[in-house]
Design a protein around this ligand. Structure first.
Ligand code: NIG
Ligand code: FE
Length: 425
């Protein structure tokens, strides 16, 4: 309950794309937002603002009739890692496949080696500008997976870096344990023993407050459905929600398996079949599409988008930022690619980076829409219509960012304008 004597902040002159379901964009032409204590207390047409609330609003800001959306949610990233894989990019351009490189010990393994050789401060220093690049485009909530440490010590280190980013930055960070990402070299030929070990160290990570969800990579170059199930059983025993890298390179029926655990999301899904779609629909599992990886790996097989739509599976969009399959740091570009490459509508794409992305993180009741009671995370954009967020690429129309009720624009633009002519040597 709002303390009636407490000050409220009124943000007016906004053209609101609330992304509430039920109408196109959840549109409110002349809208206002009332904020108190980091939360939205009232959202609606300015003329309907209750007089009692208006009288309490001691601070007022105009949003200059900008289009205002919920803060963007990037619900799938692997942001913390050492090194990069530009050389593998060259190998792939010369004809090697992602799988061939992975099987030859490159791929995820090379990033695991680089990550283990990078200390915590350096991992943080590398991840920080990546997070800030995403934030400069209006990302206010970010999921960060582990999965390049692959030992208790190194996984904890990566998750601590992720947690610290969430403490240091005006950003909500959700930490996902992805120990079942690849087989580390010390367990070569012994995947079941590795899964045993990863299951055994999970409670310790949870105790340290480092894990919000558990993910796995179920594919023929990664872990089997049975190994995935064991990871999920451990997560369930600890009360953690699960997610899955499912049906990316082959159909392992991972989506149906994950849906059986009420997974928050299944991600990638290029090889998803009808049974998987129906299972996801029944469980309310979100389909997270990753156009960056689809593009960068030059995939040709699209996820079954029409069938997902028809089954009513909520569709989210994310960057999948990682050094191997998606080294991109623009969620707006992903909106464009979701439309051009995957034929989503601009509205579906934006719902995919707000309402449905929040749901893919288990934050559907607190983030991803402009609605009373939810987080006061919103972005004012220099566009005439929200469809332009999926239209422009290579342009950042972000004008103002408010996160948990606090205007963080200066912080974020300080990052994007760090290299102005004045600061160049
Ligand atoms: O989501 N598919 C598995 N994991 C990552 C890629 C990791 C890597 O290549 O380093 C992904 O695409
Ligand atoms: Fe991924």
């Amino acid at each position: 309950m709002t303390d009636p004597s407490a000050a409220l902040t009124l943000w007016r002159d906004a053209r609101l794309a609330t992304m509430q379901p039920g109408s196109a964009w959840g549109w409110i032409e002349d809208g206002a937002l009332l904020v108190h204590d980091g939360l939205l207390r009232w959202v609606g047409p300015a003329r309907e603002l209750p007089a009692a609330w208006a009288a309490q609003a001691i601070t007022e800001h105009s949003l200059g009739n900008a289009v205002v959306t919920p803060g963007l949610v990037d619900c799938h990233s692997h942001l913390v890692y050492g090194g990069h894989r530009a050389h593998e990019f060259e190998l792939r351009l010369a004809g090697a496949s992602y799988e061939q490189i992975a099987r030859a010990g490159g791929g995820i393994q090379s990033t695991v080696a680089a990550t283990r050789n990078t200390d915590e401060a350096a991992l943080y220093a590398a991840a920080l500008p990546r997070a800030r690049a995403l934030m400069a485009e209006g990302v206010t909530t970010l999921e960060i997976k582990s999965g390049y440490g692959l030992s208790a010590e190194h996984e904890a280190r990566c998750l601590r870096v992720a947690r610290r980013l969430g403490c240091d930055l005006p950003l909500t960070v959700r930490c996902t344990s992805l120990a079942a990402h690849a087989l580390p070299p010390e367990f070569a030929g012994r995947p079941d023993a590795y899964i045993d070990a990863a299951c055994a160290w999970l409670p310790g990570l949870v105790e340290q407050g480092l894990v919000d969800a558990v993910d796995a990579f179920c594919d023929h170059i990664a872990f089997t459905p049975d190994q995935t199930r064991r990871m999920f059983d451990t997560a369930r025993a600890l009360g953690l929600p699960v997610k899955l890298h499912a049906e990316q390179l082959s159909n392992q029926h991972g989506a149906a398996l994950a849906a059986g655990y009420q997974a928050l999301s299944c991600d990638h899904l290029e090889h998803l079949d009808d049974a998987g779609i129906q299972a996801m629909a029944a469980a309310g599992t979100v389909a997270v599409l990753l156009p960056g990886a689809f593009y960068f790996l030059r995939e040709t097989r699209l996820p079954p988008i029409a069938a997902l739509r028809e089954a009513g599976v909520p569709i989210a969009i994310a960057t999948d930022h990682n050094p191997g399959s998606s080294p991109g740091l623009s969620l707006l570009l992903m909106l464009n690619m979701a439309c051009t490459l995957m034929r989503l509508t601009p509205e579906e794409a934006l719902r995919g980076a707000t309402q449905h992305a929040a749901r893919a993180l288990g934050l559907g009741a607190s983030h991803g829409q402009l609605e009373a009671g939810l987080a006061a995370d919103f972005v004012a954009w220099d566009v005439d219509h929200p469809r332009e967020l999926a239209y422009w690429f290579g342009r950042n129309p972000c004008r103002r960012i408010v996160r948990a009720g606090v205007d963080t624009t200066a912080f974020n633009t300080a990052f994007t304008t760090a290299f102005t002519p004045d600061t160049l040597p």
